[in-house]
Design a protein around this ligand. Structure first.
Ligand SMILES: Cc1cc2nc3c(=O)[nH]c(=O)nc-3n(C[C@H](O)[C@H](O)[C@H](O)COP(=O)(O)OP(=O)(O)OC[C@H]3O[C@@H](n4cnc5c(N)ncnc54)[C@H](O)[C@@H]3O)c2cc1C
Length: 485
């Protein structure tokens, strides 16, 4: 590494990583008028929240839907505070999700009462249990939510306590696909916060695809005189006398009062800050942390519409052959993960915004959870894995095979390469009780002055990432810096 690279500019704050966390943090700081630089190793903003073009189709690389865009929702409030007009940014998908389990279909509407009453009609014996369960899901005060859940060790225990019908338990376990864990491994707080996002206020889709959302944040940052460097990879955070001084990148050396890491935590601690600058207690704790699961995604361009598969809605589909959802999520860490399960997540960007595919054609994304295994494994098994995923999709879309025009795919290795997220993790750390709530990584005890962290690796109290949570984390981080002065 060349340590003699010239320092060209002095900044008040440098943010490493232009994912949603980095973009939102940068926006808050730039709005305060200080000299802010955002550096991003790739050529575009958004991190996991972006889109790409293959032939005439636009695909979303990772994120499929965004939550909390209701009136006074977290995203709504943030956009308002940043001076970004929210009207016309999002397509409101209602219903937001369609669960197909075996031959049964369940819709999740953007109206809690409608979803509740549809479930009560299907499960009349669980009518009161459902009402009580929904009142916890929709509890937006964090303390009240924690109090309601204090007697449960796991989400499974909570579901067993509320419901008798195995189908209902399966339905409420299915959304755990977002974090890829069986219900007995998930903290009830994490699961209920996750459910709230789907049941209460999920299913918003930015016009123009996910890149529409990140580009909007980028534009606003630049409008507020923020500086951006793309194709610029942070290689070292300069620490002297337990205080940060700047960042050494692949291109230049930069000086700054504050450094904010809005990227992968493994890289930040081991490579950017360096073990030599980290206290033993933190290193020991850090070595025990486990990342969330990764995924395998297929991006498919079709020479036909997909409306009928999605039952004439803009919902995302969750399919599984049976209600044994815990079994599905147990298997995702195994080497033959693609042979064992039947579950699949299906989404169509062009169904939400028809400008994302040519006329009379459609874009489709199929995703299954997958473990992080070597590149060699993926090269050797890729055709079998692609076939297995298509086979699962045929349960929902029987004539799919005849309509495929183009196919691309992303493995956990691809996700790691583009986002630098350790082991291609979908949501930062695994949402297990030993890593969430009061057990989250106490990164604030790093004992280095003027370094801050944001994004899905910070160890959010609710225990998982996702756009809403990283946006909230970014706002808080910016708030701490502004308070420091
Ligand atoms: C397949 C998949 C599907 C998902 N679906 C959803 C969904 O539907 N809804 C939802 O809410 N969430 C979803 N998530 C989770 C969500 O995408 C993430 O939690 C969130 O986007 C993380 O944002 P972030 O800003 O913390 O990090 P990231 O998006 O990972 O951004 C980090 C940025 O830092 C850059 N970077 C890394 N290292 C360096 C470096 N050394 N120098 C400079 N730049 C660097 C990266 O290139 C990247 O741009 C999904 C995630 C995946 C992977």
């Amino acid at each position: 590494m060349n340590t003699n690279k010239k320092s060209t500019q002095k900044y008040n704050a440098i943010i490493i990583g232009a994912g949603i966390a980095g973009l939102i943090c940068a926006n808050y700081l730039a709005k305060k008028g200080s000299k802010i630089l955002l550096i991003e190793k790739t050529q575009k903003a958004g991190g996991c929240c972006t889109s790409f073009k293959r032939e005439d189709f636009i695909f979303d690389s990772c994120v499929h839907s965004i939550g909390s865009c209701r009136k006074r929702g977290i995203i709504t409030n943030i956009l308002k505070e940043l001076g970004i007009k929210q009207d016309k940014i999002f397509v409101k998908c209602n219903p937001s999700d369609l669960m197909i389990i075996g031959n049964d279909e369940y819709f999740f509407y953007k109206n809690v009462n409608k979803t509740l009453s549809a479930l009560q009609t299907r499960f009349p014996r669980e009518k009161y249990a459902l009402k009580a369960f929904f009142s916890i899901i929709t509890e937006t005060r964090h303390i009240s939510l924690c109090l309601s859940l204090r007697n449960y060790i796991s989400y499974k225990q909570l579901l067993d306590d509320f419901f008798k019908d195995y189908r209902l338990k399966g339905i409420f376990k299915f959304f755990l696909g977002n974090i890829g864990l069986p219900s007995y491994k998930v903290s009830p707080l994490t699961a209920m916060t996750l459910l709230r996002e789907h049941v209460f206020d999920g299913g918003y889709y930015p016009k123009g695809g996910m890149r529409g959302f990140s580009e909007l944040l980028l534009k606003n940052f630049i409008k507020n005189k923020g500086h951006v460097l793309f194709d610029t990879k942070a290689e070292k955070i300069i620490v002297k006398n337990k205080q940060v001084r700047g960042v050494l990148t692949n291109r230049i050396s930069l000086t700054s009062k504050y450094i904010i890491s809005a990227c992968d935590m493994n890289q930040t601690l081991y490579e950017l800050i360096g073990k030599e600058n980290i206290n033993t207690k933190m290193l020991k704790r850090f070595s025990t942390m486990k990342p969330s699961v990764s995924g395998f995604i297929m991006y498919i361009g079709l020479n036909s519409h997909v409306d009928k598969y999605f039952r004439g809605t803009k919902a995302n589909i969750w399919y599984c052959k049976n209600y044994n959802i815990d079994n599905e999520y147990e298997n995702v860490i195994n080497i033959d993960f693609y042979k064992q399960g039947t579950s699949i997540f299906c989404s169509s960007p062009s169904l939400k915004d028809n400008s994302l595919a040519p006329k009379n054609k459609a874009s489709l994304e199929l995703m299954i959870l997958a473990p992080y295994i070597s590149k060699k494994y993926w090269i050797e098994n890729i055709e079998k894995i692609k076939l297995a995923v298509l086979k699962r999709a045929l349960n929902v879309m029987p004539e799919l095979g005849e309509k495929i025009e183009i196919i691309d795919f992303a493995t956990p290795i691809t996700l790691e390469k583009y986002t630098a997220n350790y082991h291609g993790a979908l949501y930062g750390w695994a949402s297990i009780p030993s890593q969430t709530g009061i057990n989250r990584l106490p990164i604030e005890k790093l004992d280095i002055k003027n370094i801050f962290f944001t994004g899905h690796w910070v160890g959010l109290p609710v225990g998982y990432g996702g756009i809403v949570n990283v946006a909230y984390s970014a706002k808080n981080t910016a708030g701490q810096i502004i308070k420091t002065g």
